[in-house]
Design a protein around this ligand. Structure first.
Ligand SMILES: [Zn+2]
Ligand SMILES: [Zn+2]
Ligand SMILES: [Zn+2]
Length: 309
């Protein structure tokens, strides 16, 4: 089972009435789920619509294919829409790597991340490192600018900060469950649990070699509007599911997810859970929060259902 969770800032109400499900070729549930969650992220949908242009790749243009599906979602009255164009563009773009090929199942979280990476490439193809383009949805809205550092409490030595960018914050479910068991009865927030799980066992040597083993510190430097948490199911034990479900929280405070947060907005900001992609029995489905109706909607390829409490 694999889940990706999506958080966004509260506010914004651009929804329309329920959008159609996606119906398409064999084994495309991973793509359908990713597309439904992207469509329901108001910030993403609005930003994509407002983008003036892009560097087009024709047949294998993931950007055009995604815009095409979104336009159909907006205007069509059909109950389900084909997402074949995006499936074909994805297969064409990753032909050489033998990934996302037609008829084959693939990973929804990877697919989601790749769509975001491609959007960046279609907007600022020349920028490979730290992307600062104001029009790049991927880096402006989703990316987390982080640095890792080791600070020795014993001798005071600090390592050089190692900066990197993350689109998906991956956490092992085994580590998450271990942290939960350690805190039975404790009232740790979902963010605190995620931080403890993602740094669990990650001890480094003191940069000044004083002999201390020091826990890694991760510092967030920006304020992403949408945060994606990827839960990695790295255990064969199926009894993790209950614990993982119990650990989930509807709100995420960025300052609890990292050792330190430097951006003032990020310090105060609270993100709301708005989407989830689930994997079970070799099949993906998605849950997304529909802003306009304030309801959760369940998507399983062509099936669309309102979630009732
Ligand atoms: Zn294009
Ligand atoms: Zn970018
Ligand atoms: Zn030291």
């Amino acid at each position: 089972m694999a889940w990706a969770k999506f958080f966004r800032r509260p506010g914004g109400n651009l929804g329309k009435s329920y959008q159609p499900g996606s119906m398409l070729s064999l084994n495309s549930c991973f793509l359908n789920s990713a597309v439904q969650v992207l469509w329901h992220l108001d910030i993403f949908r609005r930003s994509l619509r407002q983008l003036p242009g892009h560097f087009c790749l024709g047949e294998s243009c993931i950007f055009c294919a995604l815009k095409g599906i979104f336009s159909q979602f907006q205007h069509s009255r059909e109950r389900a829409l084909p997402s074949d164009n995006l499936r074909v563009a994805l297969a064409e773009a990753f032909k050489d790597e033998h990934r996302f090929q037609l008829g084959f199942m693939d990973d929804a979280a990877e697919c989601f991340e790749i769509i975001l990476q491609r959007i960046h490439m279609h907007i600022v193809p020349e920028e490979e490192n730290a992307c600062t383009s104001k029009s790049c949805i991927t880096h402006q809205k989703f990316a987390m600018s982080i640095y890792e550092q080791v600070v020795c409490h014993s001798c005071g030595a600090t390592s050089d900060p190692l900066p990197f960018t993350e689109l998906v914050h991956y956490v092992s479910t085994t580590a998450l469950c271990q942290q939960m068991q350690r805190r039975r009865g404790g009232a740790d927030s979902f963010g605190e649990l995620l931080q403890a799980a993602s740094t669990m066992g990650d001890y480094r040597n003191c940069p000044n070699s004083c002999g201390q083993k020091i826990k890694i510190r991760r510092v967030l430097m920006n304020c992403p509007e949408i945060v994606i948490i990827g839960l990695i199911w790295d255990s064969e034990q199926s009894d993790q599911t209950q614990d993982v479900i119990h650990s989930l929280g509807p709100l995420l405070n960025l300052s609890t997810l990292f050792s330190r947060v430097t951006d003032e907005h990020a310090k105060k900001g609270e993100l709301m859970l708005v989407g989830m992609i689930c994997f079970s029995s070799r099949h993906y489905c998605a849950l997304a929060f529909h802003t306009k109706s304030s309801k959760w909607v369940f998507f399983d390829d062509a099936t669309v259902k309102e979630v009732r409490k």
